[in-house]
Design a protein around this ligand. Structure first.
Ligand code: ATP
Ligand code: MG
Length: 584
């Protein structure tokens, strides 16, 4: 919180050393954290003000906010000042179009600078920004438009023609379509945003918002079912800023790369807001995952802090260490991962191959920001999500007839619960009040994930409540089984489900994809089964292993175990709108 340091706004003290997590936690308060943000008169604030405006009177204004790496061609550097002006032009455009505070603006585009300007400009104007995956097909876009009723839809010409033009006339919302990026010819009913913005003023007085005014609407990943629209407020920026500092170790001179797609919550909280409030330079790559390109970016941009996801790490691991060793990755200081459990193998691999371990951290769309983390300076326990960040109290809870009971026994598994409130906590599921209420018992928010807390206060992810397998009286978390399977040198990825069994209730079945150069034959299958039995014991080890070319995953990179299970058992597939490579 006391960042930015030497290069940051004049007069601010350098960031405190984070070697003593307990000391930081003991003295931390959200009230103090909020006081260290700039804020706006009358107790008001605005996320975009903290991300951009507050830097303008300081040397940070001329620093590079974003280094954009286009698919082809030279990098484009955008200073804090230039990004603020771009966002101002967008805010003025919204004002000119009659957009009111509280109106929703959807962004559906790949990583391109004006998507960031649109997000920040919407916040400046007091609108509510909602990002959607650009890889969504027409149906998932349409259904989310119908749920959220945006007044403005920001997208590209190509996406508009391919995925939106056919149905947009049939819905009363999204009457304004703004096209960002190259526009060859704006179709009827759309506006070339770049051109329209160039006619607007680069000055805009950011609207002072009440802390509880809505700022963002984020749809969940849909891993367990129909996606929910989580509402977040302007005060969330306090948590974005603090967690960026503590959980990602962001410091003003950092070159920071968050690989998350802008279409989900990580792409906003840690792909836009936290890096900018902390005054770092963000690397923004237009391309999707490509191992060679990624190593090249880490090397050439001298990335110091890298925030990525287990699915990407596993892909890099699959391709082997030789590729990594061809690159000079010595600038890397802090590696972090989110989105799925991070297998201990991946932590070790980071240390051995990239020279730094990965720091796992846990959060959800609903929590708005990182809640549990292996923060900088804290010893990492590979396979653990870490400990609650400053300001957050977490517990393991058991549901009882009249509420919940907090579990003390470090061996006992229960539902991961967070003490309310905290600034980035969701304030509702859009149009689903009852579903929202059901998440809270007394002072606690129940996350739907199962976990264990050890003697040292580290939390261990067991699985989503829906994915946990009950076999002969044992509760088996898929993560533990998958992590052991991944220890086998041939295994690239594993997804584990429960299948009905007359005797045991359920038994464990594993789906496994292999690294290049390994044949999916009977001998290998036996070997993998053998390893699992030896490490886990016969009660927990999978009874069956089936090889798959790839596992079904969400567009945010999460293995969809419910889909593996539905397909295995011939059950309805449920909502597959977020399935990667799925329905278009
Ligand atoms: P839906 O709620 O629609 O089913 P989702 O839960 O996957 O989808 P997100 O909010 O994007 O949607 O993901 C949050 C979930 O991702 C967490 O509840 C948890 O299950 C999982 N997750 C995130 N980070 C970690 C982590 N570090 N370790 C284990 N699981 C994680
Ligand atoms: Mg969820």
């Amino acid at each position: 919180m006391r960042s930015p340091g030497p290069q940051g706004p004049a007069g601010e003290a350098p960031p405190p050393a984070l070697t003593d997590h307990d000391a930081v936690r003991a003295t931390f308060s959200w009230r103090q954290a909020r006081e260290q943000l700039a804020g706006l008169p009358g107790g008001r604030l605005n996320i975009a003000h903290e991300a951009l405006d507050r830097h303008l009177g300081t040397p940070t204004a001329e620093r590079i906010a974003m280094r954009f790496l286009p698919r082809q061609g030279e990098p484009v550097d955008i200073s804090y000042r230039a990004l603020a002006e771009r966002a101002n032009r967008f805010a003025n455009l919204l004002a000119a179009l009659g957009v009111k505070p509280g109106d929703r603006v959807y962004g559906i585009a790949h990583r391109t600078p004006d998507l960031y300007a649109a997000a920040l400009g919407t916040l400046k104007h007091g609108g509510v920004f909602t990002p959607l995956f650009s890889a969504f097909g027409p149906e998932p876009i349409r259904s989310r438009v119908e749920i959220g009723e945006p007044v403005v839809l920001v997208t590209t010409e190509r996406l508009y023609r391919r995925k939106i033009a056919d149905w947009i006339g049939e819905t009363p919302s999204a009457q304004r379509v703004l096209l960002i990026g190259e526009v060859a010819e704006a179709p009827p009913g759309t506006l070339d945003a770049g051109q329209a913005m160039s006619e607007q003023s680069p000055d805009y007085a950011t609207r002072p918002m009440a802390p509880e005014d809505p700022a963002l609407l984020h749809f969940t990943s849909g891993t367990t079912g129909r996606p929910k629209g989580a509402i977040h407020v302007h005060e969330a920026v306090v948590a974005h800023h603090v967690t960026g500092r503590y959980a990602l170790d962001l410091q003003p001179r950092d070159i920071y790369w968050c690989t998350a797609d802008p279409g989900w919550v990580t792409g906003t909280s840690y792909g836009i807001i936290a890096p900018l409030t902390n005054g770092v330079t963000m690397v923004v790559d237009e391309e999707e995952f490509d191992a060679e390109r990624w190593y090249r970016i880490l090397e050439q941009e001298r990335v110091t802090v890298w925030y990525t996801a287990p699915t990407a790490i596993r892909m890099l691991m699959k391709l082997g260490p030789a590729l990594a060793r061809r690159h000079d990755l010595s600038a890397l200081r802090f590696l972090a991962s989110v989105g799925e459990p991070l297998n201990p193998e991946a932590v070790h691999w980071g240390r051995a191959t990239l020279g730094r371990p990965f720091h796992d951290n846990w959060w959800q769309t609903e929590t708005g920001g990182i809640m549990i983390a292996n923060v900088a300076g804290m010893p990492i326990k590979p396979g653990s999500m870490g400990r609650p960040v400053p300001g957050i109290e977490a517990a393991v809870a058991r549901r009882t007839d009249d509420g919940i009971e907090l579990v003390k026994d470090p061996a006992e598994t229960g539902e991961l619960a967070l003490k309310t409130p905290w600034p980035s906590m969701f304030r509702g599921y859009l149009h689903e009040e009852a579903r929202y209420r059901k998440c809270f018992v007394g002072d606690w928010y129940l996350t739907g994930d199962l976990a264990r807390r050890d003697e040292d206060g580290y939390f261990w992810f067991i699985g989503r409540a829906d994915d946990v397998i009950k076999s002969s009286g044992h509760l088996i978390g898929p993560f533990e089984v998958e992590s052991v399977l991944m220890e086998h040198p041939a295994v690239a990825e594993a997804g584990v489900i429960g299948v009905p069994d007359e005797v045991a209730g359920e038994t464990v079945k594993a789906f496994v994809s292999l690294k290049p150069g390994h044949a999916p034959d009977e001998a290998l299958r036996r070997e993998i089964l053998g390893l699992a039995r030896k490490r886990l014991g016969p009660a927990v080890a999978p009874r069956q292993v089936e090889f798959r070319e790839r596992l079904p995953r969400t567009r945010s990179g999460k293995i969809m175990r419910r889909l593996l299970r539905a397909r295995e058992l011939g059950l309805p597939e449920g909502d597959t709108s977020t399935l990667e490579g799925g329905r278009e």
